[in-house]
Design a protein around this ligand. Structure first.
Ligand SMILES: Cc1ncc(COP(=O)(O)O)c(C=O)c1O
Length: 388
């Protein structure tokens, strides 16, 4: 089996890289959700080969992209997806906006679990809909529970037409169980609320937890959802701006897709679909090794923090490489917390209050980097906290 070297240090500065080129040279960026790992060698080879062909004319859809999405859902999660359910989208956030426009009206309510991935806070009001926050409940051990009573209350409101699920959940790292997803599905069906399930983090699920595609729960769930996927987080290809929507119900499919056809907004790109097809068809080894490496990073971080920075609490992340650090004991206002880590520790992370309710006092740290960088970031954080 091919082995990938996740310890390799790759200089990303000067590549129009949002993560690295946003901050000064002396700052370690541990924020935005892409990895510092090279993508799999077969992906690089396929891109180089295609580039060397030298002609990049109009592509025709021969369904190999759709087939790659199907293959991955089947082999990783056991979900049988039909080829007619899959549509190319220019990444996940646009797909969520398309779904919002297809299945809701301006003025409607969209329910989102809080804290929530920050772009959700923008795309909903920017499209004239209201966000209703269903706050996740933080437990003593740092894990999160769903407040089903509140959820039902929000879903039952007359203008609530969509539930935007983030599964697994960014930023809390929660991996939803079958029981939780089934209960969500039942409540949404009962109250006639359509589900959009953002499953972009589904490959990064830690030992003992299991990702369950929303559309695989039951026929009724499948008929009431759009599942958005993208291998970008796993294989570090977010910059190719390509993803897919899986819409099992034909009527829903047409509601979602017809407006895109009318806009001619379905134009896939030569360098967008190729890395996805190659990654999904040839690079399962990479996803397995990435997970193993991230488990090592997570174990290192948890041990380091509990032994050397007890003012921070990590909890027990179940999924994603975005680790939700509870820094409430530092007793700093959100702006000061961000400033403290950036200016004193020289570590850039996402500040928790930008994720909405439940985020104040938290920082989100991206641990998808070679271990030495993680060690350096933690050492910097410890030294800065010791000076307080
Ligand atoms: C939950 C979630 N959804 C969507 C995205 C962005 O997806 P895309 O780049 O495919 O639009 C991210 C990126 O961090 C994310 O964490």
């Amino acid at each position: 089996m091919m082995r990938h070297n996740f310890d390799e240090l790759v200089d990303r500065r000067g590549t129009e890289c949002k993560k690295w080129d946003t901050y000064a040279e002396d700052v370690l960026p541990m924020w935005i959700a892409d990895t510092d790992f090279k993508c799999p060698q077969p992906v690089i080879d396929a891109m180089v080969k295609r580039a060397q062909h030298g002609i990049y004319g109009y592509p025709v859809n021969v369904k190999t992209f759709e087939q790659a999405i199907i293959n991955w859902q089947k082999k990783r999660f056991g979900w049988d997806v039909d080829i007619n359910w899959v549509e190319y989208t220019p990444a996940v956030i646009p797909a969520i906006v398309y779904a919002m426009q297809a299945f809701t009206h301006p003025g409607d309510n969209i329910v989102v679990q809080m804290p929530a991935y920050h772009p959700f806070h923008a795309i909903i009001p920017n499209n004239g809909r209201h966000i209703l926050g269903n706050n996740l409940i933080l437990k003593e051990d740092g894990s999160y529970e769903i407040d089903f009573e509140n959820l039902e209350e929000l879903l039952s409101q007359q203008r609530t037409t969509m539930f935007l699920l983030c599964s697994p959940h960014n930023p809390t790292g929660k991996c939803f169980t079958r029981e939780e997803l089934t209960r969500i599905s039942d409540l949404c069906l009962q109250h006639n609320v359509f589900v959009v399930s953002d499953e972009i983090h589904s490959d990064i699920v830690y030992n003992g937890n299991k990702h369950i595609p929303f559309g695989s729960l039951s026929q009724a769930a499948a008929d009431n959802c759009v599942v958005c996927v993208n291998p970008s987080k796993t294989f570090n290809i977010a910059g190719v701006r390509t993803g897919a929507a899986i819409i099992p119900n034909r009527h829903n499919h047409d509601l979602f897709y017809k407006p895109l056809e009318n806009l001619k907004a379905y134009g896939r790109t030569v360098f967008g679909t190729l890395p996805i097809e190659t990654a999904y068809n040839e690079c399962e080894y990479y996803a397995d090794q990435l997970l193993e490496y991230l488990e090592g990073n997570l174990a290192y971080l948890k041990k380091f923090i509990s032994e050397r920075i007890p003012q921070i609490k990590v909890g027990n992340p179940q999924a994603t490489y975005l680790i939700w650090l509870n820094c409430q004991e530092l007793n700093m206002a959100p702006k000061d917390l961000q400033k403290f880590f950036l200016e004193q520790a020289k570590v850039a992370m996402n500040e928790g209050s930008t994720f909405g309710p439940g985020g104040t006092g938290f920082m989100r740290m991206n641990i998808a980097c070679p271990r030495v960088r993680l060690v350096e970031a933690l050492n910097r954080m410890e030294a800065a906290i010791n000076k307080l």
